[in-house]
Design a protein. Structure first.
Length: 686
């Protein structure tokens, strides 16, 4: 690994980037004294960070120097799940991994599966060298869908990609719909922009089943039922048409499929949508009037609303709205879900799919890992999964229907390697644990899905203990597997340069830590969408050719509210404010703020079940159960409970967490998870 730059001496400052899965992708400044990081703060020179960090990342030194951090390779000595390990050397660990993988690969490399996601969002430490290793090996391909693919597919089939308005221009909007996002907790820097707009007279409306901290600060909260967002969007279209709040010129010149969409929307009067969404009809009419008559109007969409069966269709429907009213004409109008499609990432150069050499390994969806680890070999499935290498993820805690996930990881005939900072729920089931570096200890380069700047992360300190970057681990494994392809010799700084090639001024990245992409101020003012037609596609020919509905529609949940009398409550599982998925759960100062696993429940639902505030309750359905404390709260609407996540299972009252009851079903588009499409019952514990 290259030595740290500007990381020695008294009080030196090192520029970096936040690695975590948040739209903001903050620029960091790490203060280093005598080789030790003593402070992490936001870079005030980076306009999107503006010197501010969330509570989680501002305490990043607690994570890097945590007393429970894994600092040496470990080999399992007790039963799987017992958490019993003994230290071994790196050579022993890597030799054992290679000796276990070689015979499996000789039979069928598809019996080996990588499992990773967004433990780091960096392009180098996530898949930069790992993808090369698994391509060369011929391992099964992991379909990485656990967060954003339904929404991403919805955008792609409507706007042509993950593109939208610039986040900074929300400050000039006069109406902002914050749809499926708790911006205060998960998109802090956007919230600062929205607050500026509010001070300048903008109206803010929060659309979310939960009364979040963001909803508290908006002018209005629309507490619709989970999975009914498309119905609301179609009713808004109905009212825009009925009242002629339309930009006919923009529709004619820059959209495709208007007449078909018009016919679909007219089937959704507000009365119908009100019944489906569980909100007052006048609230829908008022929202439509505001959206149709306020200019510029902007929508900050986020991924919470797409974690249901019809999530892709819902994003498609919402993404049609700005074109109907011509909101894209103004730089402060339009929509933003993700800006990641603007980034010219050279993924093939990074991941080297050519190393497959013509092989086409099977694909396994990460959402269904519980079922897939329990499958036997078959012509349809292929070989049984014999080896699993987990990095940048904690599937035992975060994957749905975790009872099955645990069963799969507990298989004695499954060889499991986990690259980790801490002994997570997943690491407890490993055969070998390898200590990974944190963001302060390695090179990386980052795109963003909340703004359009590229950020470079320099290592601020030497690796703590014997920790190694993911890239170094996969280089070493490649060597032990006999892979001598020159690409495995690329060092991390070279990989950072490869990620964007000449599309980004790398010297600027080295000098200031970030570089801004040249994106038009109002990218779709004159159309020019990155679709095949160049238009906003209300009707998708591509979907129609696949035998799907070319128009967006409301698709009821797999488990619609009111459809199961035994499990009558809809449950969503948004993140606790001071956690990010399962990251930071073991940071004591943050866990102390959260207290303990909680289920928010409305007073009416609690009363009918004899549940008192603070009481231990059992949350259950046919998939399983977990236990936590009940909080009677106005944050929960009647008929919906909020299971705040994602706690490590081992820290829960019964050794389980909220994903014990979520399902492995998939979304309509993108094969994503349906965490918020879940019916449960709740009862007091004795």
């Amino acid at each position: 690994m290259q030595p740290p730059i500007n990381a020695n001496g008294q009080g030196s400052t090192v520029r970096g980037a936040c690695p975590h899965d948040c739209p903001d992708t903050c620029a960091l400044l790490t203060t280093v004294q005598d080789g030790r990081a003593i402070r992490v703060q936001g870079n005030p020179a980076h306009r999107h960070t503006d010197g501010a960090l969330c509570t989680k990342v501002s305490r990043y030194t607690e994570r890097s120097y945590h007393p429970d951090r894994i600092l040496t390779p470990l080999r399992r000595t007790g039963p799987k799940g017992s958490g019993q390990f003994t230290p071994v050397s790196w050579d022993e660990a890597l030799d054992e991994i290679a000796s276990r993988l070689k015979p499996i690969a000789a039979r069928d490399p598809q019996a080996i599966l990588p499992y990773s996601y967004a433990g780091t969002m960096g392009l180098v430490q996530s898949e930069g060298m790992a993808a090369r290793f698994f391509h060369r090996l011929g391992a099964s391909h992991l379909e990485r869908t656990i967060c954003a693919t339904a929404g991403g597919e919805g955008l792609m089939h409507t706007l042509g990609g993950k593109v939208g308005m610039k986040v900074e221009h929300f400050a000039e909007s006069k109406l902002i719909l914050i749809w499926g996002s708790n911006s205060i907790g998960s998109n802090l820097h956007f919230w600062r922009v929205a607050q500026q707009a509010k001070r300048d007279g903008a109206r803010l409306v929060c659309i979310d089943p939960r009364r979040t901290e963001t909803a508290d600060k908006c002018h209005e909260h629309i507490a619709l039922l989970p999975g009914t967002d498309a119905a609301l969007a179609l009713a808004l279209m109905h009212e825009l048409i009925a009242n002629d709040w339309l930009d006919h010129d923009y529709i004619a010149r820059h959209t495709l499929g208007w007449e078909r969409l018009r016919e679909r929307a007219l089937q959704w009067p507000p009365e119908r949508a009100a019944q489906v969404c569980g909100v007052p009809v006048e609230q829908i009419r008022r929202l439509a009037r505001d959206y149709g008559t306020t200019k510029p109007a902007a929508i900050r969409l986020n991924y919470g609303m797409q974690r249901v069966r019809g999530g892709g269709n819902a994003v498609r429907a919402i993404a049609c709205l700005p074109a109907l009213v011509g909101a894209w004409r103004n730089r402060a109008g339009g929509l933003l879900l993700s800006a990641s499609g603007f980034f010219p990432i050279r993924r093939q150069a990074l991941h080297r799919p050519d190393l497959l050499a013509g092989r086409t390994p099977r694909t396994i969806n990460m959402v269904t890992i519980g079922d897939d680890l329990l499958r036997e070999a078959s012509p349809d499935f292929g070989p049984k999964i014999e080896a699993l290498i987990v990095y940048d993820s904690n599937p035992v805690a975060v994957a749905p229907e975790s009872g099955k996930v645990v069963q799969g990881f507990a298989r004695e005939d499954l060889f499991t390697v986990v690259l980790e900072h801490f002994q997570t729920d997943t690491a407890d089931y490993a055969d070998i644990i390898l200590p990974a570096t944190t963001q302060l200890e390695h090179w990386d380069i980052h795109a963003s899905y909340g703004h359009t700047d590229v950020l470079l992360n320099r290592p601020a300190i030497a690796p703590v203990g014997q920790a190694r970057p993911n890239t170094e681990v996969f280089r070493a494994l490649a060597a032990r597997m006999g892979f001598d392809d020159p690409c495995f010799a690329d060092d991390d700084l070279s990989l950072c340069r490869t990620a964007f090639g000449d599309a980004v001024d790398f010297e600027q990245l080295l000098n200031q830590g970030y570089a801004t992409l040249p994106i038009p101020e109002a990218p779709f003012a004159d159309g020019g969408f990155p679709t095949a037609s160049g238009k906003c596609e209300f009707f998708s020919e591509r979907l129609a050719r696949q035998g799907m509905d070319g128009l967006p529609d409301h698709l009821p949940n797999h488990e619609p509210a009111g459809s199961d009398t035994r499990h009558p409550l809809a449950m969503i599982s948004p993140p606790a404010r001071n956690f990010l998925n399962s990251s930071f759960v073991n940071v004591k100062s943050l866990r102390d703020i959260e207290g303990e696993p909680l289920l928010e429940i409305h007073a009416d639902d609690a009363h009918t079940r004899g549940i008192a505030d603070g009481q231990l309750v059992r949350v259950f359905n046919d998939r399983g159960e977990y236990r936590c404390k009940a909080r009677i709260s106005e944050r929960a609407r009647p008929g919906v409970v909020n299971g705040l996540g994602i706690w490590w299972r081992k820290l829960g009252p019964s050794g389980t967490n909220v994903n014990e009851v979520t399902s492995q079903r998939l979304t309509d588009l993108g094969n994503g998870p349906v965490f918020y499409d879940c019916l449960v019952e709740v009862s007091p514990c004795a």
